[in-house]
Design a binder for this molecule. Structure first.
Ligand code: NAD
Length: 342
C-alpha cells in the first residue's frame, strides 16, 4: 500500500514542494480560508495516512493517535509542541518532531516589536492619528516609557524568563538599547552565568528588578501559570510584561486585574490561555497591545518551517530517524518497530 501524509491546514507552497518532490501522496483537509478540521474530522482523516503534520497549535490528543494503529509519525509545524500529547505518543511508539531554530529570529523580532509598541503606545497613537481627533499641538501626548537610557539616563533592566533560542535572540536585540539583562532559566543557570552581559536571577528577584519582562519558556506542567497573581504583584508598578511564549504560562485573569488597577504599567501579548478567546476585560484595557499569535508569521519563516516539518514527515514515513525528534526514546520501543515494519 502506498504511504500517505495528512496535512490538516493550509501548508505554505515550499512545504508542499518538498512532499511533491518526495512523490508522496498527501491528503489536505481544511476549510476554504484555512480553517482547521474538528477533532472528529481529524480522527477520521488520520485513519487513512501514515504520518500527520499538524499545525503548531492544533490539538493532537491521544484519541487522534489511537484512531490509527499504523501511524508512524507526527511532524509538528512549530517549535512548541504543547498541542501534542507527547507522553501518549511515546507510549504508543510514535515519533514526534518539531521545527526548532528556523523561527527563532522572527519570533524574537516580534517580541521586541511588542515590547516597543507597548512601551511607546504605538497602536493607541496610530488609532488616534487615524481617528481624525488629532488637531495638532495640544492633542493627546501618549506618554511612553524609555527602552534605552533616555531622559532618565538609567539603563533599563530587561528580564528574560526562559533563556533558550528565542530568549537569547531577544537578549541580542537588547544590546543596541544599552539595557542591563537578567535571566531566569532553571535548566541553564550555569551557562547563563557565562554569557557576557547577562546576570542570572531567581524568578522572584527578576520580577522585582526588571523594567521589561519577556516570557520565552515552553508550556509544560511546570510552567502553567508560572506568572500568576503572586508573581505579578512582585513586579514594579512601572514594569511592562511581554508574552510571546504560550498563553497558559501567564494567568490571564490575574493579569487583567493588575492592569485594571494600574499595578503594572502594561502588557504586550501574542498568545492567550484560550485562543482565540481573550480573558474577560482584556480587550477593554488601554495599557495593552494584543496580537493574534503571529510570532513566527513571516512568509520566509513560515515557508522554512513548512520545509522542515515536511522533511521530518518524509523521514518518518520512510522509517528513518528525523533531525528534530522530541521523543528519541521511542526508537527503543517494540511498538515503534511494529509500526515501521508494516
Ligand atoms: P527553547 O527550548 O530553545 O527555549 C526554552 C527555554 O525555556 C529553555 O532554555 C528551557 O530550559 C527554558 N525553560 C523550561 N522550563 C522553564 C521554566 N520553568 N522556567 C524558565 N525557563 C524554563 O525554545 P525556543 O525555540 O526558544 O521557544 C520557546 C517557546 O516559544 C516555544 O516552546 C513556543 O511555545 C514559543 N513560541 C511561540 C511563538 C509564537 O508564535 N508566539 C513562536 C515560536 C515559539
Amino acid at each position: 500500500m502506498s504511504k500517505r501524509i495528512l496535512v490538516p491546514w493550509a501548508m505554505p507552497e515550499r512545504g508542499k514542494e518538498v512532499l511533491r518532490r518526495a512523490k508522496i501522496e498527501v491528503i489536505f483537509i481544511h476549510g476554504p480560508k484555512g480553517e482547521l478540521p474538528s477533532i472528529n474530522e481529524l480522527i477520521q482523516a488520520v485513519k487513512q495516512v501514515d504520518v500527520l503534520i499538524p499545525r503548531g497549535t492544533q490539538p493532537v490528543p491521544g484519541r487522534v493517535m489511537m484512531a490509527n494503529p499504523n501511524l508512524r509519525g507526527i511532524a509538528n509545524y512549530g517549535v512548541g509542541y504543547d498541542n501534542i500529547d507527547v507522553a501518549f505518543a511515546t507510549r504508543l511508539g510514535i515519533p514526534v518532531t518539531n521545527t526548532p531554530g528556523v523561527l527563532t529570529e522572527t519570533t524574537a523580532d516580534l517580541a521586541w516589536a511588542l515590547l516597543m509598541a507597548t512601551a511607546r503606545k504605538i497602536p493607541q497613537a496610530h488609532n488616534y492619528t487615524l481617528s481624525g481627533e488629532w488637531r495638532g499641538p495640544g492633542g493627546r501626548s501618549f506618554m511612553g516609557m524609555d527602552i534605552g537610557p533616555g531622559g532618565s539616563n538609567r539603563r533599563k533592566v530587561l528580564g528574560i524568563i526562559g533563556f533558550g533560542r528565542i530568549g537569547q535572540a531577544v537578549m541580542r536585540r537588547s544590546r543596541g538599547f544599552k539595557m542591563k539583562v537578567v535571566a531566569y532559566d532553571p535548566f541553564l543557570k550555569e551557562s547563563i552565568e557565562k554569557v557576557k552581559g547577562v546576570e542570572y536571577r531567581e524568578l522572584d528577584d527578576l520580577l522585582r528588578e526588571s523594567d521589561f519582562i519577556t516570557l520565552h519558556c515552553p508550556l509544560t506542567k511546570e510552567t502553567h501559570h508560572l506568572i500568576g497573581k503572586r508573581e505579578l504583584d512582585l513586579m514594579k508598578p512601572t514594569a511592562i510584561l511581554i508574552n510571546t511564549s504560550r498563553g497558559p504560562v501567564l494567568d490571564e485573569k490575574a493579569l487583567v486585574t493588575v492592569l485594571k488597577k494600574g499595578r503594572i504599567a502594561g502588557a504586550g501579548l501574542d498568545v492567550y490561555e484560550k485562543e482565540p478567546r481573550l480573558a474577560p476585560g482584556l480587550a477593554k484595557l488601554q495599557n495593552v497591545v494584543l496580537l493574534p499569535h503571529i510570532g513566527s508569521a513571516t512568509t520566509d519563516t513560515r515557508g522554512q518551517m513548512a520545509v522542515v516539518a515536511a522533511k521530518n514527515a518524509v523521514m518518518m514515513l520512510r522509517g528513518k530517524r528525523p533531525r528534530n525528534i522530541i521523543n528519541p526514546e521511542v526508537y527503543h520501543s517494540p511498538e515503534y518497530v511494529r509500526r515501521v515494519k508494516i
